[in-house]
Design a protein around this ligand. Structure first.
Ligand code: NAD
Ligand code: UD1
Length: 351
């Protein structure tokens, strides 16, 4: 990706652009003037997302958006996408992400997450497009020896197939730059993305029972579920519940735009943590959400969930210094925007 190109001259392929983080990132990219091609097979997204994106950015910016409903593993389609569009860089969100499901369906997870990445980079090199931003996860740090986590903190063996896919894709992408120094790889390790676009038009819409804390709390707040199940109150933390670094999805989306701008004209492989640097406990999140929705939220204490760590939060100095990026929102704004989305879309994109 050339240094001299403006966003208006830059075309970004966003795989998984209809999903939770992808849709918010597409909004930010279109608003900055980028041309965006989304490839998504809608395996975990609704086509309504595209209408909502257009509603947010307006018709003019939306003219720069192309959608292709396809599986990233479909090399023929991908080949066509790269032939029809002069793609400068790729942001690769597409993949399966449910930890528990990955234990039950390891073949599907390895095949989709790793298979689609290999299919993608193969087509990319054929078209001499060698800039890629990948959605990694703080899960690669496992149970930390020390906090906060820096990019130098050791990667620990994963405890589930989902975690292994992130771990291995990082290694795969890292190894591309060894034989071919033209590759330009950015691995973004997200901490816990929550919240929604402030318009309330797009947000997280999990299928079935939410696995993650905030989508579950949101469904309790909107009356779809009775009470939050708090997984353990005997951790070595101030209130005994698990501590995580929650990050507003809009901050995360801005982090991708910052990474793209930084990458222009560079090569190599860099890793960045994207978090806020602050940890919040499960009970603090429930309280913040209760304040956002204006009522007490019932919860019950349950045993610890297998595989959970006590606490993690990021040191984001590297992203601040190199990308010029810092997270702007705190937990109150994250809960406010999540509630705005959930209360206006109690059943997600289904109405
Ligand atoms: P999501 O499920 O909402 O989005 C993923 C999108 O990819 C979906 O729209 C799905 O339809 C699409 N997709 C999946 N497989 C595909 C394929 N083979 N071809 C085309 N499209 C495909 O998930 P998300 O929360 O937006 O996460 C995006 C990425 O970030 C994922 O790689 C995820 O593992 C990673 N990540 C997410 C979190 C999180 O808490 N949400 C944390 C760390 C990392
Ligand atoms: C989980 C995944 C991680 C993945 C991330 C984003 C596990 C072990 N880790 O992170 O790999 O990258 O999601 O998808 O699944 N909690 C409750 N009640 C709930 C749900 C969660 O008390 O109903 C607690 C958990 O014990 C934890 C905190 O809330 O302390 C956050 O949990 P969650 O939102 O699932 O995220 P992580 O476990 O951090």
């Amino acid at each position: 990706m050339s240094e001299t190109k403006t966003p208006q001259d830059t075309c970004v392929l966003v795989t998984g652009g209809c999903g939770f983080i992808g849709s918010h990132t597409v909004v930010v990219l279109l608003q900055r003037g980028y041309k965006v091609v989304v490839v998504d097979n809608l395996s975990n997204a609704s086509p309504v997302v595209l209408e909502r994106i257009i509603q947010i950015v307006g018709q003019e910016a939306a003219e720069q958006l192309t959608f292709c409903e396809a599986d990233v593993r479909d090399a023929e389609v991908l080949e066509k996408v790269f032939s029809q569009h002069d793609i400068d860089a790729v942001i690769h969100f597409a993949g399966y992400k449910a930890v528990g499901e990955s234990v039950q369906k390891p073949i599907e997870y390895f095949s989709n997450n790793i298979g689609n990445t290999l299919a993608l980079v193969d087509v990319m090199r054929r078209h001499d497009c060698k800039s890629i931003v990948f959605s990694s996860s703080a899960t690669v740090y496992g149970d930390p020896d020390a906090l906060p986590l820096t990019e130098e903190s050791p990667k620990k063996p994963a405890t589930n197939p989902y975690g292994w896919t992130k771990w291995m894709i990082e290694e795969i992408l890292h190894s591309l730059v060894v034989p071919d120094p033209d590759w330009n790889v950015v691995l973004l390790r997200y901490f816990n993305p929550i919240g929604a676009h402030p318009s309330g038009l797009i947000g997280e819409d999990p299928k079935g029972i939410p696995n993650n804390l905030v989508p579950y709390v949101a469904q309790v707040a909107v009356g779809r579920r009775d009470a939050v199940h708090v997984f353990g109150d005997d951790y070595d933390t101030p209130d005994g519940t698990g501590v995580r670094d929650y990050i507003h999805v809009m901050d995360l989306a801005e982090g991708h735009a910052a990474a793209l701008a930084w990458m222009a004209g560079r090569t190599g492989c860099e890793v960045f943590n994207l978090g806020t640097g602050r940890g919040s406990s499960v009970l603090e999140v429930i309280q913040a959400y209760a304040a956002a929705c204006g009522r007490e939220l019932p919860y019950v204490i349950e045993p610890r969930r297998a595989g959970d760590v006590t606490a993690n939060y990021a040191d984001c100095t590297k992203a601040r210094e190199l990308l010029g990026w810092v997270a702007r929102y705190g937990i109150a704004e994250m809960c406010r925007d999540s509630w705005n989305w959930q209360s206006h879309n109690p059943n997600g994109y289904d109405g």
